[in-house]
Design a protein around this ligand. Structure first.
Ligand code: TXA
Ligand code: MG
Length: 340
């Protein structure tokens, strides 16, 4: 099948909506990453998502809505905590886990009794949800295991020929997937860090707990609070190693390996001292910019056929936690400390 590239014209929006209503898949832009969308209330349509991505059947999907009235029918209850967080951060890069209602097909929740719901901010995402007239289930629109797509070109690199259409809404502003929090308990429990930081959650909720799997490998045999935690994610073909240390220690380490075929993935402005090929992903003190560029950088490493990549380790502060979490997984938790 030929994958059509649609744009933000009213005619193209109607085409996308029609495909979605008839049970087909459309890749859609959001402010976090592109999503591979299907009618969330149609189990058969949702099964196509798993087939197109090669996604493990036990990894549940996020349901996307455009307006607050769409939430109550999808969930067993809307806890007060969720109402507060929605008021503060929806529409935006926040996904909340609720107890699900009977309307959610098992294909969406992968057999769990809960459902993940998000109201995206991107105007085209909201327009296509409204035009389709149904909530949209959508994981990131990459092949399972490869970096999430932040442009329509990334989507096409993975999905051309596998889906009927991609709606082009430009480069995703945030660049990493949404923050995922469980809101079924007394305080929000962070399952995946993203654009809404732990401090932002705590400011509204009075507290926040962070699941240890955010920064550590899941112990062998342990149950994942969020099934996505247990898969090797965001993995480029290159062998990525995170290097933690000052700019000088990082440069010294990388340069000491310059006789091997290595590539540096470093911060903007710190490339001057490197004697190996490099790509940059934002300034050291600018985690929002790092988030915006990190997945594109990982894809470019594969485009240039990088073998071993020494990646300068980001800070875990604020939005840095989301970048760190993604890079840790890309590196399969391989981190080298290089400070004296
Ligand atoms: O920003 C995003 O969240 C993007 C855009 C398209 O909205 N979507 C996205 O979806 O990243 P996906 O499928 O790649 O990641 C969803 C994550 C997975 O780690 C999954 O395990 C978790 O959310 N998840 C989904 N439903 C869940 C549930 N009921 N309980 C716990 N975790 C859940
Ligand atoms: Mg994903």
């Amino acid at each position: 099948m030929e994958t059509k590239r649609l744009t933000d014209t009213p005619a193209d929006l109607q085409k996308a909506a029609k495909l979605l209503r008839s049970g087909e898949l459309v890749a859609i832009p959001t402010e976090t990453v592109y999503g591979l969308a299907a009618n969330a209330l149609d189990g058969g349509a949702v099964r196509r998502i798993f087939a197109a991505k090669g996604r493990p059947q036990d990894n549940p999907l996020i349901v996307h809505i455009a307006d607050m009235e769409e939430l109550p029918p999808l969930v067993a209850e809307v806890p007060e905590l969720a109402e507060k967080l929605a008021k503060a951060y929806w529409p935006g890069p926040l996904t909340m886990i609720f107890r699900k209602s009977a309307r959610i097909p098992d294909e969406v929740s992968a057999g769990l009794s809960t459902v993940a719901v998000r109201m995206p901010f991107h105007p085209l995402a909201r327009a296509v949800i409204r035009a389709a007239g149904v909530p949209l289930a959508a994981p990131s629109a990459n092949l399972s295991g490869s970096p999430s797509p932040t442009t329509a070109a990334h989507v096409l690199a993975d999905m051309a020929g596998r889906i009927p259409a991609v709606l082009d809404g430009g480069m995703s502003a945030v660049g990493v997937e949404s923050t995922v929090v469980d809101v079924t308990g007394p305080v929000p429990c962070l399952l995946r860090p993203g654009g809404i930081t732990p401090a932002m959650l705590a400011a509204v909720a009075g507290g926040v707990s962070v699941n240890p799997a955010v920064t550590s490998p899941l112990p062998k045999g342990a149950a994942a609070a969020s099934p996505g935690m247990k898969y090797k994610h965001y993995a480029p073909k290159a062998h990525v190693v995170l290097i933690r240390g000052t700019p000088a220690a990082y440069a010294a380490f990388v340069n000491s390996r310059r006789n091997d075929p290595v590539t540096a993935m470093c911060f903007d402005g710190e490339e001057g001292n490197l004697r190996v090929p490099y790509i940059t992903y934002g300034r050291r003190d600018d985690p929002a910019e790092q988030a915006h560029r990190v997945f594109d950088a990982l894809r470019r490493l594969d485009d240039i056929g990088a073998g071993t990549v020494y990646c300068a380790c980001p800070s875990e502060e604020g939005m840095g936690l989301a970048v760190y979490n993604r890079l840790l997984r890309a590196a399969a938790f391989e981190v080298i400390d290089v400070d004296g």
